[in-house]
Structures are given as C-alpha cells and as structure tokens.
Design a protein around this ligand. Structure first.
Ligand SMILES: Nc1ncnc2c1ncn2[C@@H]1O[C@H](COP(=O)(O)OP(=O)(O)OP(=O)(O)O)[C@@H](O)[C@H]1O
Length: 541
C-alpha cells in the first residue's frame, strides 16, 4: 500500500524574476505532466533540451490556496489522522519556491491582527477548519486534541510555543516504550476549540526564525514541525471503549539553497550548511527507503534531528503527503530538476499504514472481530442446515461450546482505558474463550454439514438405482400386448399419488402375473418419494 504521495506546486514568476526577464522554463502539457525546457543550458545536460515528468497532481502557477486545499489530498490525510493514523504533510523545494506560502501563506499574514477570512491562508489554517468540521460530524466519538509547534534551527530544537528569551534548545530522546524519538519538555497545548489551534499557529509563526538573502527576502531559516495529536474514544456496541491515537504533522522544510547563488556568508552560511546537511540526510533516508535492496538495512535517521523526528512518518506506520514546490524561472532550472528527480525517487516508498492503538485494546478489537465473523459464519451454517440454536444446544452430539455461550463470563465492560490490568486481562480472557467456543461450534457445524452432504450423496445414488429399476420394469410392461403403451412414466409416477396408480389398469398384466410387479413398483416409488422428502436437497449448501 502506498503511503507517500507526491504532489507539485509551481509558483508564478515573482516580480524580481519578471523584472530581469527571467522567463519560465516550465510548460504544462496536461494530464499531470511537467515539461522542463532549455535543459541544454544546464551544465552536464549532455545536449538534452527537454525532460518530461508525469505525476498525479500538479498545481500550475494560477492555482489558488483553496485549490490546493481541495485537490491536494490533504482532506483525506486529516480524515486518516482522525481515524488513528500517523500522517504528515510536508513541503519540500529550493529556497523561495513557495513552501511557506503553501503551508501557512505569504509573509506578514500572522503579524498584527489575523484576518480569518483572508484568501491567503495556507493549508494549515484551512486544515484546522476542516478538522473541526469533521470532528463535529462524529458526535458519537469523544476527541481530545493537543498541539505542539517546534523548529529545528542549526540542528537545535526550539519550542515555538515556549521559546523563552534565551531560546534554549530541547533534547531529542529515544522512547523505548513508544519505539520512536521525542522532544523532551516540549510544550503541548490542549485545544478544545478551533480558536485554540489557530492561536498555536499564530504564536508559532511569530516566533519562527526568518532571515533574508538574495533569493528570498523572508526566508525560513529553520525546519518547522506543527503537530496535532488526535485522541479519539468511541464506545462499541457492547460498551467497550476503544481509544485511537492519530496525529497530523505539518512540516515546513527550510529551502535547499546553493550558497553561491544566495551569497550567504557568516551566520547565513552556517544556517545554509545546516539546512543543506539535514536535507541531505533526509534525501539519503528517502533514497534508502525507496531502494528495495536497502529498505530493510540501515536508514540513517539518527544523522539529523529532522529525520529522527520524521522517522515514524517516513518508515513506520505513517501516511505522508509531500508537496514539492518549484520555481518556474529559467535561472532556477537546476534546482527544479533536482526537486523533480528527488520526488521521482521518493515516489517509490511504500509502507503499510497502521492505526495506533493501545496493544491491549488492539487485541480485544481483533478478538471481537473474529468473534463477530465466527458468529456470522455459524449463523449462516445453522440456517443452511435448518437447525435452530435450541436444537444445537440440546444436541448431545455437540460439545459444550454453545452451552458456554449461553452463560458468558460476566465482565465489567466499563471504560477500557480506566480498567485495571486484571480487569483488562479478564476481558481479553472472556473474548478469547468466546472465540474458542465459537471455533469449536464452527468446526462441529462444518462436520454436520459434511455428514449431511455425504448422506445426500448416498440417497441420490439410491434414487438413481431405483429409477433405473423402474425404467426396466417399464420396458417389460411396454413389451406386453395387454398393456397400453405410455411413453415414460418414471416422472409421472413421481408426480401422481399411490391411489391413482392402484386404480389404473396400465399396471395389470395377467400374462406375467404383474400384481407382484405392481407391489414392488409401488414400494420403489414410495421409497424414492420418501428419500426425496427426507433429504431436503436445497437445505444443504
Ligand atoms: N503560489 C504562489 N503564489 C503567489 N506568491 C507566491 C506563491 N508561492 C510563493 N509565493 C511568494 O514567493 C515568495 C517566496 O515564497 P516562500 O517564502 O513561501 O518560499 P519558501 O520556499 O518557503 O522559501 P524559504 O525556503 O527560503 O523559506 C513569497 O513572497 C511568497 O508569498
């Protein structure tokens, strides 16, 4: 199952590019195709002028923020997070290609009073609105939302919701329990209302490190990860509560940059080196994951903070939407080519996403599913065999499996999360026992069915033999001059009553004293009719 989807957004030429007549090097032939032109001017192009890339979703420069929300697949990602999956949307691309614009909007949107109706809002703001609408539609489920927002600046993790005046970095540690990396002491905010989530976004955006270089006046100098944890509690038919823990990460990667082109030096150069290094590690991880020979080997997640924190999304149980942002300008052709190639490599990662659940609850769920399937199968078998539940229970041939089901273990089906270990163990035991009893009953029903099928075959053969005998007698009768000729009577025989036949002279044959034959014919016929009646042919599947 594919868990990494790539989509593309090509931004319009910016005023600077238009001013210096830096034309577009990208054409859109349609059907999700991107045609790079003028490649022969790129060093190492070996004379190739154009290259065509094909993808499922490509947003052309005219696409609006709403278009991206509607057609990028982000809505599905949110639904999956609500259903308990770990999901990630991240924006990748060279500096100034429109990553921040796509995720959160243009620069300055979060300065001063934020206009909630602005058309400039990016995917994060729109996703929060969609998330709350989606939760409201599921009134039968109780949801708890928590959000955190961090940035990785120069390989240091800073809490954007609680940066402190010194912007003290937080440690990234490995959790044995959850089997993943986590940020120690990261501020996590309870978000009961949509406004709480929006406040998290605003606060984080204000605290983010921005810089300026020749290619982007408002360049993000850090990677940011905004995470919304979604815990859902739903009551099942029998009172058991099932808890699922989904999450959605919005990752705005700092832009890859050619330091020569951005004229970086000093602090900006150090930032650029760190950005490029962590993006390179991300590239290695993606390349290793997409290479089937290396997939189960070493993946260098530990080589950067970014890959440590994204490891579960890339390789584990997550579902990822990668939005590759591209500049159309001729002057950025090499970078655009790199982004498209990077995406082509990453497209090959496939994993099986899984819902994150408490292992004990997962066991109960799987036992419940099995119990339900067995119940259904047994019910079907019972109907097919025309045996009522009571018949089965009173049938001494059946083991005590049904008796057990009539008096199930009494278990306190309270809120599972609040249950003591011993209570949970008892619940698991109960389902395991019920499961076992149903399995036994299932195999007994199957043996009964096999037995009946065998009986049916024997009776069919017996009937065929009797009908053959009737045919023989018929032919003897036909040869007698006294007996009027009837074309065939085996079917007529089966359709008429015994009384009809007795009164009829077609059976009397004084020459071969056929009263004995009549008697045996009647017996045979009765036997066939009885066999057919006894064996309900339709009932056996
Ligand atoms: N689709 C678009 N439509 C209009 N303007 C855009 C679009 N994409 C980007 N821009 C503008 O281009 C400029 C650079 O975009 P942005 O800052 O989002 O790039 P970035 O990839 O995040 O860069 P960096 O990696 O340096 O942070 C911004 O002024 C932004 O508003």
């Amino acid at each position: 199952m594919l868990n990494l989807t790539f989509i593309f957004r090509v931004r319009p030429l910016n005023p600077r590019e238009t001013k210096i007549s830096d034309g577009s090097a990208i054409e859109f032939p349609g059907n999700g195709q991107i045609l790079l032109t003028g490649l022969n001017e790129v060093p190492g192009s070996k004379g190739i002028k154009t290259k065509l890339f094909s993808y499922n979703v490509v947003f052309e420069p005219g696409a609006t923020q709403e278009d991206v929300m509607e057609y990028s697949g982000i809505k599905r990602l949110i639904e999956m997070a609500v259903e308990g999956f770990s999901t990630t949307a991240f924006c990748y691309g060279q500096t100034g290609s429109g990553k921040t614009h796509t995720l959160t909007g243009p620069p300055g949107l979060f300065q001063g009073r934020v206009d909630p109706l602005s058309e400039n809002h990016g995917l994060v703001f729109r996703s929060f609105m969609h998330l709350f609408r989606s939760l409201q539609e599921r009134s039968e489920t109780h949801f708890i939302l928590k959000a955190s927002f961090l940035e990785i600046y120069n390989e240091k993790v800073i809490d954007l919701l609680n940066p402190g005046s010194a912007r003290k970095p937080l440690a990234v540690r490995w959790s044995k329990k959850s089997g993943r990396f986590f940020v120690e002491n990261l501020f996590t905010v309870d978000c009961e209302e949509l406004d709480d989530l929006l406040a998290v976004l605003e606060e984080g955006m204000r605290n983010r490190v921005m810089g300026s270089h020749s290619m982007n006046e408002h360049s993000s100098r850090s990677h940011t990860i905004l995470t919304v944890h979604i815990t859902s509690e739903q009551q099942m038919e029998n009172g058991v509560f099932i808890t699922k823990q989904g999450k959605i990460n919005f990752v705005d990667l700092a832009g890859s940059e050619m330091t020569k082109k951005t004229h970086s030096e000093g602090k900006t150069l150090e930032e650029a080196n760190n950005i490029n290094k962590s993006l390179m590690v991300l590239g290695y991880c993606i390349a290793s994951l997409s290479d089937s020979r290396k997939k189960n080997g070493h993946i260098p997640y530990r080589d950067s903070k970014l890959t440590k924190l994204l490891a579960d999304s890339l390789a584990g149980s997550g579902v990822t939407l990668m939005i590759a942002c591209i500049s159309p300008a001729k002057s950025n052709l090499t970078e655009s080519l790199n982004t498209l190639r990077y995406a082509s490599r990453a497209k090959r990662i496939r994993n099986k996403p899984i819902i994150v659940m408490d292992p004990r609850e997962a066991l109960i769920m799987s036992l419940k599913r099995e119990v339900k399937a067995l119940h259904n199968e047994n019910e079907h078998l019972r109907t097919a065999l025309r045996l009522g539940v009571d018949t089965l229970i009173s049938d001494p041939n059946l083991s005590g499996s049904r008796q057990h089901l009539k008096t199930p273990t009494q278990v306190n089906l309270e809120h599972v999360a609040d249950m003591e270990g011993s209570e949970l163990a008892e619940l698991v035991k109960h389902y395991a026992q019920e499961n076992e009893a149903l399995r036994r009953e299932n195999s007994e029903l199957f043996s009964i069915r096999d037995l009946l099928v065998r009986d049916q075959e024997v009776v069919c053969r017996e009937n065929e033999r009797l009908l053959k005998k009737l045919e023989d007698v018929n032919s003897v009768c036909c040869r007698s001059p006294i007996i009027p000729v009837r074309p065939t009577y085996s079917s007529e025989l089966l359709n008429s009553s015994v009384g009809d036949l007795e009164g009829s002279n077609i059976w009397t044959n004084p020459l071969n004293s056929s009263s004995g034959s009549l008697q045996s014919l009647k017996e045979m016929r009765n036997k066939v009719v009885k066999n057919c009646h006894d064996m309900n042919f339709d009932a056996i599947i």
